[in-house]
Write a protein that binds this ligand. Structure first.
Ligand SMILES: [Mg+2]
Length: 138
């Protein structure tokens, strides 16, 4: 596998990303999305973007081939916790990784109880995110 990350944030995981593995990124902030987009594309994933929680739910309703969702919690229209609850009613098997800055103690449990499969705090480190995504690839 190519060395694609800085050595201090290189993923431990060495499995290759399957072609066509599609990640829905629900993220309202442009700069955050650009950063996530860059690192996930480098790692070989296909991406979709939702600008808020409602769009994320709509993508899941319309697209049967989403493999994993990276879910920002603080978003307009519908937040990530509500969106996760809705998505898990439609497609309970899609892994959802919650992410947020300024998490307070206990938040992680709230996210997991809503149906999120994992949680990664912002700022997101490339290696940590890729390893986490790989751990949810069956
Ligand atoms: Mg946000």
């Amino acid at each position: 596998m190519e060395e694609i990350f800085e050595s201090d944030s290189a993923p431990k995981e060495t499995r290759k990303v399957q072609p066509g593995y599609k990640i829905l990124v629900a993220e309202d902030e442009e700069s955050n999305f650009r950063y996530i987009e860059k690192l996930l594309k480098k790692a070989g994933f296909d991406l979709l973007r939702a600008n808020n929680g409602l769009e994320a739910v709509e993508y899941v309703e319309l697209d049967g081939k989403i493999n994993l969702i990276l879910m920002d919690i603080k978003m307009p229209v519908m937040n990530g916790v509500e969106a996760t609850r809705e998505i898990k009613k439609i497609s309970p098997d899609i892994p959802i990784i919650a992410t947020t800055a300024f998490a307070i103690p206990g938040d992680r449990e709230v996210f997991l109880k809503a149906g999120c499969d994992d949680y990664i705090p912002k700022p997101i480190r490339a290696g940590e995110l890729i390893d986490m995504i790989m751990s949810h690839i069956a």
